[in-house]
Design a protein around this ligand. Structure first.
Ligand code: XLS
Ligand code: NI
Ligand code: NI
Length: 446
């Protein structure tokens, strides 16, 4: 099917056509070297495995501004005087970008798509107008919504939090935004709805009742779930853990913290996790660790694909290029049977010094090729089964007699004592980390 690449007579990325798979031999930087959407790997096409999404905020709202200087990029869709006109131009630019890049999905915050109004009602109306247009663009382009979310962290009213704000009126404003963002997500057929607790946390324990704030948070999430289900949202609610930045302490620290919180409050049937690589590293983990914890709990929902900078502790949101990380992440996703209704959302931005419009494409092309290569390598590893077999071999003692009875809950602490007392000293078993790491390199480079 041939699609028009942009709407009307305004082309925002002139000189760039549809990005095609040209293979590893191509020297065209605006082509895919590895991502071939139709290529079948482990029984599914690359497009179905990877379910790539572009994020609205970094790609169409950010202009390169940082705390030390203003934006460095000209964004033609933001050049007008009327915020609603700009929002409509931005939507057209976004759909032109999605179509040219050939991604199946996108993600957005309410305020990325439509500007905040003077009142709650006006903000709702602004969003509704843009959602109507977005629905038309989705139908014309075939691009779908992976997830929607509400920005409960930019407006100054949220400086002390959204759902966990000590002021009930601010909590009510947060609820108004989530209600409208859920309606927008349902209207656009969004497959998931995300909560990232940007300012759900605190900076000083002397002025914060953490127990009360966390109870408010759980109540708020339950209300959002109930409202979402009542208007026909059937997708997954996702929490995106992050330990800090902007708040000093954020409540959704990492995967295991969020899993415990959701289970404690009985939210684990409707909520899963959206794991962002750079957030896991901020928490002192690897992205593979947080993904594995989510998979083990049966709660992996989706992935924000990016990477941090190993030399500092910020959320630098760089495009994923580190092949060791990508391969490990893909091994976990493949072994878990895929992402279901989740996807790989590029929560990533080009550097402040990358000022050409083309750089937005190059960043995404690099990330898509990195994960396509990782998929092929991970499939080799997972289907070969050597690593998995070695892992399983370390636990064989639990498959037999007393070990099995222990796993079945049939033994007491005293039984274990007697087993130890009646057996010889354990034979030393090497963990063979060097052997398994060497094996990974063999798979990656041969
Ligand atoms: C910020 C988060 C944010 C969420 C969506 O660090 O990654 O972009 O993904 O609110
Ligand atoms: Ni982030
Ligand atoms: Ni994110």
């Amino acid at each position: 099917m041939s699609r028009t690449l942009f709407v009307g007579d305004r082309e925002f990325f002139p000189g760039i056509g549809r990005i095609e798979y040209e293979g590893p031999g191509s020297d065209n930087p605006l082509s895919f070297k590895a991502y071939d959407p139709e290529r079948i790997v482990a029984g599914k096409s690359m497009e179905e495995h990877l379910r790539f999404a572009v994020c609205y905020w970094h790609t169409f709202c950010a202009d390169g501004a940082d705390p030390f200087g203003p934006g460095t990029r000209q964004r033609p869709w933001a050049a007008g005087n009327d915020p609603m006109d700009n929002a409509r131009s931005k939507l057209d630019a976004a759909f032109e970008f999605f179509t040219k890049l050939n991604v199946p999905f996108y993600c957005f915050h309410d305020r990325d798509m439509a500007p905040e109004g003077e009142t709650v009602a006006q903000s709702e109306s602004n969003l509704k107008q843009l959602v109507t247009l977005a629905k038309e663009r989705q139908q014309a382009s075939g691009v779908d919504l992976l997830w929607g979310t509400a920005n409960l962290f930019s407006h100054p009213r949220y400086m002390n939090g959204g759902a966990t704000n000590p002021d009930f009126l601010v909590v009510a404003h947060a609820a108004a935004q989530v209600k409208a963002a859920l309606e927008a997500t349902v209207e656009l057929g969004g497959q998931n709805y995300v909560f990232w607790g940007g300012r759900e946390g605190y900076s000083c324990l002397f002025n914060t009742d953490t127990k009360r704030e966390l109870e408010h948070f759980a109540r708020f999430l339950a209300m959002a779930r109930d409202y979402g289900r009542s208007i026909g949202f059937e997708g997954a609610f996702l929490i995106e853990p992050k330990p800090m930045e902007p708040m000093y302490h954020q409540y959704d620290v990492d995967a295991q913290t969020v899993i415990g919180f959701l289970r404690h409050h009985g939210l684990d049937r409707d909520f899963k996790l959206n794991i962002e690589a750079n957030h896991a590293t901020l928490a002192g983990h690897s992205s593979a660790h947080d993904l594995q914890m989510a998979v083990d709990a049966g709660m992996l929902g989706s992935i924000d694909a990016n990477r941090g900078n190993p030399q500092n502790g910020w959320d630098t949101d760089q495009f994923p290029m580190d092949m060791y990380d990508c391969v490990q992440n893909m091994m976990i996703v493949l072994a878990a049977g895929g992402l279901g209704s989740g996807g790989f959302n590029f929560d990533a931005k080009v550097r402040r010094e990358s000022t050409d419009a083309e750089d937005l494409f190059l960043g995404h092309i690099g990330g898509m090729d990195a994960y396509a290569r990782a998929l092929v390598i991970a499939d080799r590893i997972v289907s070969d089964g050597k690593l998995e077999a070695f892992k399983a071999s370390r636990y064989t003692s639990f498959g037999q007699s007393a070990g099995r009875r222990f796993e079945n809950g049939e033994l007491s602490l005293a039984d274990l004592r007697d087993f130890a007392a009646g057996s010889p000293e354990p034979v030393q078993q090497s963990g063979k980390q060097e052997r398994v790491e060497n094996l990974l390199n063999d798979y990656m480079f041969t």
